[in-house]
Design a protein around this ligand. Structure first.
Ligand SMILES: NC(=O)c1ccc[n+]([C@@H]2O[C@H](COP(=O)([O-])OP(=O)(O)OC[C@H]3O[C@@H](n4cnc5c(N)ncnc54)[C@H](OP(=O)(O)O)[C@@H]3O)[C@@H](O)[C@H]2O)c1
Length: 299
């Protein structure tokens, strides 16, 4: 049996094309365009890259994009004041603060300060609660939503399947549990979540029809841990040494790709799998926020 490669680059491209089309339509019919504000506190090089690519994608899709770079020593109050200014700006529909923030910043207070109607990362407890109870009126968290869209657009139906998630973070594992277990089309899975205190993780993954690895450990999931034909979604992004490359390193996922691909039914690569979906869903959330702000029912 040959493995199917789930192409996150191609699927995110489709999602982005649709977003651009809906954005142009919104501008034509209602004279508004989505606005996103990304705040970066400090000068962490990886964060600069992430923030830069979010701004670039927003502009490509026809959004207004505001990038706010604050010094490393920014006080909590100054950051909260910036968020309050953006909350009050009717031209900004989505606000996000790039993580990690410097030590003096309380990330929980930052999340609570963002207007839930502009919380396009879906980190605010109001939106997380809506997600859990299956209220589709809120936002969906970008990376887990990206995983659901990858499955859906690859014709993989989780209904009645056993999905095993590795990792229970607030950003990936927990919200993905909520999405996969919902009583709704495209979900309806039976879900197991494993974490660092789970003994014998392979005992669970070997039973799984769908395995999602999101733990941040390079090549953790090996072929002997999956059953033949399983769908394997790799959320992990890990930099490992590779003297054969110019930079001396490269990115790999949480899955031992070559050996798992030889046994799986479908698999996402790293890079080019879940990664591009995250930004695509962030942009879709920002479009949704803009549509809702003018009373247009989002698609
Ligand atoms: N593609 C994307 O857009 C995207 C987005 C977000 C994250 N990521 C990547 O996904 C990975 C996970 O990110 P995250 O933010 O969820 O990480 P995180 O907050 O560090 O959480 C890691 C989770 O994995 C569990 N874990 C760690 N080591 C384990 C082990 N040896 N066995 C079993 N469970 C283990 C932890 O368990 P405990 O809870 O018990 O500590 C925790 O629940 C990272 O590589 C990250 O870069 C990618």
């Amino acid at each position: 049996m040959s493995v199917r490669i789930i192409d996150g680059k191609a699927i995110s491209g489709q999602v982005n094309d649709e977003t651009a089309e809906m954005t142009a339509d919104l501008a034509k019919r209602h004279g508004v365009r989505p606005g996103i504000a990304v705040i970066l506190v400090g000068s962490d090089p990886a964060s600069q890259v992430y923030v830069g690519s979010k701004g670039k994608k927003a502009r490509e899709l026809g959004f207004r994009s505001e990038m706010i770079v604050l010094p490393e020593a920014t006080a909590q109050e100054a950051l909260l004041a910036e968020i309050a200014r953006l909350n009050a700006d009717p031209g900004i529909h989505g606000i996000l603060v790039q993580s990690p923030t410097p030590r003096q910043i309380d990330e929980r207070a930052v999340i609570l300060a963002i207007d839930p109607a502009k919380d396009v990362d879906c980190f605010h407890p109001f939106n997380v609660g809506k997600l859990l109870i299956g209220d589709t009126d809120g936002f969906l968290p970008c990376t887990p939503w990206g995983v659901m869209v990858l499955l859906e657009r690859s014709g993989i139906r989780p209904a009645g399947k056993h999905a095993v998630i590795l990792g229970r973070s607030n950003i990936v594992g927990k919200p993905l549990l909520a999405l996969l277990m919902q009583k709704t089309a495209g979900a309806d899975a039976t879900v197991t979540v494993c974490h660092s205190r789970t003994p014998d993780i392979a005992m669970f993954t070997r039973q799984a029809d769908i395995v999602v690895a999101a733990i941040g450990k390079a090549r953790f999931l090996t072929a002997e841990m999956i059953k033949p034909g399983a769908v394997v979604i790799d959320v992990g992004i890990n930099r490992v040494a590779d003297p054969s490359t110019k930079s001396g390193s490269r990115l790999v996922g949480d899955v031992a790709y070559d050996e798992v691909a030889a046994k799986a039914g479908a698999i996402t690569p790293v890079p080019g799998g879940v990664g591009p979906m995250t930004i695509a869903m962030l942009m879709r959330n920002t479009l949704r926020a803009c549509q809702k702000s003018i009373g247009v029912v989002p698609a």
